[in-house]
Ligand binder design. Sequence first.
Ligand code: SRM
Ligand code: SF4
Length: 512
Amino acid sequence: MVATAKPTKMNKFEAFKSEKDGLAVKDELEKFAQLGWEAMDETDLQHRLKWVGVFYRPVTPGKFMLRMRIPNGIITSEQMNVLAEVIERYGEDGNADITTRQNLQLRGIRLEDVPDIFLRFQAVGLTSVQSGMDNVRNITGSPMAGIDADELIDTRELVQQVQDMITNQGQGNYDFTNLPRKFNIAIEGGRDNSVHAEINDIAFVPAYKEGQLGFNVLVGGFFSAKRCEAAIPLNVWVAPNQDVVELCRAILTVYRDHGLRSNRQKARLMWLIDEWGIDKFRAMVEAQLGHTLDTAAPEDALDWEKRDHLGVFSQKQPGLNYVGMHVPIGRFYAQDMFDLARIAEVYGNGEIRLTVEQNVIIPNIPNENLEAFLAEPILEKFTLEPKPLERTLVSCTGAQFCNFALVETKNRALALARELDAELELPNKVRIHWTGCPNSCGQPQVADIGLMGTKVRKDGKTVEGVDLYMGGKVGKDAELGTCVQKGIACDDLKSVLRDILIDKFGAKSRSF
Ligand code: SRM
Ligand code: SF4
């Protein structure tokens, strides 16, 4: 392929994208499979494969991660079985994590198997396309969509339509494969801001305008190592129909064509909004759309605190229930996924839902099936009533698989939560989020207590530690937490957390 002339200020990512679009690797997977990953071009291996969701992991060379797209976090038992079969063949290397974007990532994948895996995905309507690098990530929506009696807008179809527009029905869409940076979209339909709307580049939040339900639109929310910002109002209201899809298309086009590309640390959408101001940004979006937009309704309709959906709940459909199950630190093994697919089919309608808290929901269980459902052995592992700290725990991948990580997260987070749950009694939920480095994939800024991996000096040695965040508020009136203490060695963390839980969250020691 002919290299285009490179402007002097082009960073290395822009340079390789202009040489060959990342999506081009989609047509080379057979070749890579035969060649073997060791012989591949470095940029194809480490970067471009992410355009089809395949992530080379320097921590586990040869064992790749595969990031799916699960729009609105909804997956069928048939699809879940296919994903379970994919990881089953990798024995101990095979597992899957529920992500903080209501999505699944598979591990242990061998490159030579990817062409076959993709054929199997296609057969059941799954795709992993455009799920990494400078693409739009999994689109989140309320995990209760269509089953919550109190919901305002059912987001399922809209989320699917936006994904189809961006990915060309999952086949890949060159229109949106060279954005200046990653991009997040969330469409909330419930009253409790279940998706953390405020931390997305575009968020649709239910709002009434002259009695009609639609969405207010927020833009520019993001976390990065350098800067974290909550999304700000675009001062626009849209009806819950094709207008949502077209607005996403217009914003993405404006961002693609005008977003800042020279410095990768300043390339997320908010940096462009800063440069232009929100009025010019809106005017550019309207010019792209070819018409003006409605101004926003004064107040959005979010009026509930956030729910975690763990337990048994009646649906809006009489006689049907959904059951929210806790998945410790979001980790599945193949057998878990087969079991979930089976119980979803036997007792429900085969549907399985994922949450941004890294848990799972089985909906559409008739009253008469509930008793037998609740007696299934998998509910001993994925319980409905976990201990309080374990219940709300969220963690990013961390050092086990992620080369950016400064600390091990998931296993440490779980062990610590279990120890503290055994020692303390808590009057209320305390949401603890772990993230292994300042990239903030585990969203420490939305937590009551956020822990961000760092390195600290202790007794003359460099050891794993965390910076402590507090004050994150979710649901209506969401606010981002901030760093309140830096550099706590992980060895000292238990006593620090114990004190905070007692002093600030009313915990009582069980030994008293
Ligand atoms: Fe993330 C990069 C994992 C949600 C901000 N994130 C990465 C990479 C791909 C780095 C890498 O190549 O190793 C991590 C893959 C590790 C692995 O092997 O799993 C990674 N991010 C994750 C996941 C799996 C964390 C989890 O355990 O749930 C989440 C996958 C979501 C998905 O399904 O697509 C994940 N990442 C997030 C979020 C949270 C969110 O979207 O609500 C954020 C903060 C919000 C945001 O993006 O504005 C986030 N990830 C980042 C960043 C910083 C972005 C920036 O603008 O600087 C990076 C680094 C980058 O892109 O350069 C990053
Ligand atoms: Fe990896 Fe850091 Fe993201 Fe955790 S926060 S998954 S350590 S990039």
